[in-house]
Design a protein around this ligand. Structure first.
Ligand code: ISL
Ligand code: CA
Length: 522
């Protein structure tokens, strides 16, 4: 929400929407990076960790927001981006000056020539992980954009400065962190040879434990929550990472469930894999680990478009499927309305560096502008970054917003959905209330049901007092299912706790309507 009509959402805008968040029923806010940044990667390139980007407001505004949130029993966590900084961070500006500079080893430098980089590793955003610097005849290392040099975690002086900054924020009064790209902070030796996985040289590499243990020491001395974005940490080791007794952090975002299938450029989300991956994470993290649950985030297209068919039913079925799993559910802005992908028509409508880079790579390979645009936008992160829809005309700003509003604000907006009892917004409210009403949803065990069904995701949650069956048809076709006897025995009573369709039935043979969801308690 933009409070000062410059087209950019800001801290005061969030303050104004605390009542909305309270009504929805959330317990904490996670803010994407709002620090001082040249914005090459939407704030994930930080040039001053202890300053707020003036576009978003001031430290004072943040203090106020935290206060207001706390008054409403809402906590607030910030993104902690410590795998890399911006190339405009004073540490890097110093580091670049000379090989002898005291900040040289805050980053990763190696001998190179313009023709020969230290190795052939590829960055997540395309191209080499190395950028050559002619003045010192060395190259610096970056797993993301060249404007995001990786910090050298082997350097104790660098770590000390980072730890001091972390404590500064925790003393400021925030309630925790989402640890960005944390599994990449340790790298293999530069002569490590890539075989099958191009990201292996910097995915959860051995030795990372030392740094995670140091971070844990800090986190454990505050009453906070931490969630790590930790791609490459397997579901098996995630249980150790998040063990309540001696894990490094409280919970983990896995990235594996975003499986795509189909030809490149035409891919769709793969439902069977989505279900399989999430089920494995549920299994492997019980009883000792803890999941962070999500279907939308700022790095992926909208789930209602890639796994759903952009209807209220698909939005609510997907919500039911993930929000009742074991773990802490996250809701990404607008997901609760069933917001959808953006119909990109021009490259000017895109904002992320990664996508602009991809577009130019396609053009350089000789593709037409139209085809390059189609391939780039098919799966861009920009789908999810368009402004939130508050009213029929958007209501995000009185000015031209920093990214175009989606074209369906008339159908998908807060005002209209608050007034409609069967809207996704009101369904999310019910779902959150339901989740909080029974401890089985927090601590009960997870067991998949109808495991082989290609379009239905069903599972049970169970503790000493309650047993619940969650049944979702995640397809736009009717699906017939045969429920286990245990769940349809006429001698037992079954209570429908929640459903996204009127006139639900519960019997051994069921025909589920498109994206129908039913939650039943025995
Ligand atoms: O592991 C990955 C791919 O298999 C990467 O996805 C990586 O872990 C992820 O992209 C990291 O994302 C985060 O850090 C980026 C930033 O651009 C993203 O927005 C953020 O979510 C760099 O800070
Ligand atoms: Ca603004």
């Amino acid at each position: 929400m933009d409070s000062n009509d410059d087209g950019i959402g800001d801290l005061k805008g969030i303050q104004a929407k605390i009542p909305y968040l309270k009504e929805l029923g959330i317990d904490f806010i996670w803010l994407n990076p709002i620090y001082q940044s040249p914005n090459v990667d939407n704030g994930y390139d930080i040039s001053d960790y202890q300053a707020i980007n003036p576009e978003f407001g001031t430290l004072e505004d943040l203090k106020e927001l935290i206060q207001l949130a706390h008054n409403n029993q809402i906590k607030l966590i910030m993104d902690l981006v410590i795998n890399h900084t911006s190339d405009q961070h004073p540490w890097f500006l110093e580091s670049k000056k000379s090989k002898e500079n005291p900040y040289r080893d805050y980053y990763l430098w190696a001998d190179a020539s313009p023709e020969k980089m230290p190795n052939n590793w590829q960055s997540f955003f395309g191209g080499s992980t190395w950028t050559y610097d002619s003045s010192t005849k060395q190259a610096y290392f970056h797993v993301f954009a060249k404007e995001q040099p990786d910090l050298n975690w082997k350097n104790p002086a660098m770590r000390k400065d980072i730890y001091q900054m972390i404590r500064w924020w925790l003393d400021f009064g925030i309630d925790g962190f989402r640890l960005d790209a944390i599994s990449h902070i340790q790298k293999q030796p530069w002569d490590f040879k890539i075989t099958d996985n191009p990201w292996a040289p910097f995915m959860n590499v051995a030795g990372i434990e030392t740094y995670m243990a140091e971070l844990k020491e800090i986190f454990r001395s505050y009453n906070i929550m931490t969630v790590g974005e930790a791609s490459g940490v397997s579901s098996k080791s995630a249980a150790l990472w998040t063990d309540p007794e001696d894990g490094y952090i409280d919970m983990i975002f896995e990235l594996e469930h975003q499986v795509r299938t189909g030809e490149p450029g035409y891919e769709i989300g793969s439902l069977p894999d989505f279900k399989k991956v999430l089920s494995r994470w549920q299994k492997d993290l019980q009883p000792n680990g803890w999941n962070a649950l999500y279907i939308d985030n700022h790095d992926n297209p909208r789930s209602n478009s890639i796994f759903g068919n952009e209807t209220n039913e698909s939005a609510t079925a997907l919500a039911t499927a993930y929000l009742l799993l074991r773990g802490t559910p996250f809701i990404y802005q607008g997901q609760e309305l069933g917001m959808t992908n953006f119909p990109f028509e021009s490259i000017d409508e895109l904002r992320t560096t990664e996508s602009l880079q991809t577009y130019h790579d396609w053009l350089n390979k000789g593709l037409s502008q139209n085809e390059a645009l189609r391939l780039t936008t098919h799966w861009t992160r920009d789908h999810s970054r368009t402004p939130m829809h508050w009213t029929e005309l958007g209501g995000f700003s009185t000015n031209q917003p920093w990214m175009k509003l989606n074209t369906n604000t008339d159908r998908i907006n807060v005002a209209i959905q608050q007034a409609n009892p069967t809207s996704p917004f009101n369904y999310y409210k019910k779902l959150i209330t339901l989740r909080k009403s029974l401890p089985v949803f927090t601590s009960g065990s997870y067991q998949i049901a109808l495991a082989k069904h290609p379009s239905v995701w069903a599972y049970t949650r169970k503790d000493e007092t309650n047993e619940v069956f969650v049944l979702t048809n995640l397809s736009e076709k009717e699906q017939t299912v045969t429920l286990p006897n245990y769940w349809t025995n006429p001698n037992d009573s079954f209570e429908v706790l929640l459903t996204n369709y009127p006139n639900t039935t519960w019997q051994k043979k069921l025909i589920l309507r498109p994206y129908e969801a039913i939650v039943v308690k025995k």
